[in-house]
Design a protein around this ligand. Structure first.
Ligand code: FES
Length: 324
């Protein structure tokens, strides 16, 4: 369970399935294709919201109905200020490196194992795999410098700005120790690709400031890249959150107050295969008591929204926001 704070009221509690549901709802509300009509919502309230959810997120059963009613205040406020407050103050549960996740071989769409040496460096294409649940997208990145040479990603300490706590990111894997994987769900309000994506070095430039969405950097992100001598960025075009892919997806600019959780990767140097073996960072599967993952994370997973991906996860390329 997660404490969910709306305004000064801290009594609400959010379980993982509601959190996942909320993420989907938040992302639909922001999606121009399923535009949430604020005026209609103001006029018709719950009625409009239930219909909207039914149409765009999924059927509304009694449990969801209750949950949605508890959200109405937050969404109404959001309609006024343009964002959904409350989610920003989701209290992250204990930081954890959870063991017991499935060990999943990363394969291509034909089921053939992905070879680490074949992953393009600094690819502008969004490369994703689901882990540990279906519906949980993660970036697979082979990071390089501005000349396109792979860059070794050392272990680093990542700070969670929301709490000031830290955790250890183990660094990159693969022949050049340059391959990393991070959740592709923005930790601000849950935007997913293509709205959150990787900006390789050639796109971290002032020209990007005037590009059309969803491939538009914020001025703050550009400045952060410069100040931190970062060649590439993960940036969320929804509200401008920026993450440092070279340092465990640490926060470079808000509004997010949490880094992207990392998927732990293992590289088999004999076969050149890559495996997802766990997750680290802000706990994202907190169905155990008080937001602390269960001893056996498969318990948490089986209670979650999707189902475990199992011993294989397919790596796919998704919509590329860059026109060239
Ligand atoms: S969802 Fe708000 S910045 Fe990503």
């Amino acid at each position: 369970m997660i404490k969910f704070k709306i305004g000064k009221d801290e009594r609400e509690v959010l379980d993982y399935s509601n959190l996942t549901f909320f993420r989907k709802l938040a992302s639909k509300i922001r999606d121009p294709r399923t535009k949430f009509d604020v005026k209609e919502f103001a006029k018709r309230g719950d009625d409009y919201l239930f219909n909207y959810v039914n149409k765009n997120v999924g059927s509304v059963d009694e449990k969801r109905r209750k949950f949605l009613k508890s959200l109405v205040f937050g969404i109404a406020a959001a309609a006024v200020v343009g964002i959904i407050p409350g989610v920003r103050v989701l209290v992250p549960p204990t930081i954890t490196a959870t063991s017991g996740f499935p060990k999943s071989l990363l394969v291509d769409s034909s089921g053939n194992p992905i070879k680490a040496s074949s992953l393009p460096v600094n690819s502008p294409v969004i490369v994703l795999f689901e882990y540990p649940m279906t519906g949980e997208p993660n970036f697979l990145l082979n990071l390089g410098d501005s000349k396109g040479n792979p860059v070794e990603i050392p272990p680093t300490t990542v700070t969670i700005p929301q709490t000031g706590k830290t955790y250890q990111f183990p660094g990159g894997v693969g022949p050049n120790k340059s391959i990393v994987a991070y959740s592709a769900i923005c930790q601000h309000l849950g935007c997913t690709p293509p709205y959150i994506h990787f900006y390789p070095p050639q796109y971290v430039s002032p020209a990007q400031l005037t590009a059309s969405e969803p491939d538009q950097l914020s001025a703050e992100a550009l400045l952060a890249a410069k100040q931190n001598h970062v060649a590439a960025l993960i940036h969320c075009d929804c509200h401008g959150s920026t993450y440092d892919p070279y340092k465990g997806a640490a926060v470079l600019t808000g509004p997010t107050v949490r880094p992207l959780p990392s998927v732990l990767l293992e590289w088999d140097s004999t076969s050149d295969y890559l495996y997802a073996i766990g997750a680290i960072g802000v706990a994202t599967y907190p169905n155990g008591a008080n937001g602390v993952p269960s001893k056996d994370p498969t318990d948490d997973l089986s209670n979650s929204y999707g189902r475990p991906v199992g011993d294989k996860s397919t790596v796919s390329e998704t919509e590329n926001p860059f026109s060239s």
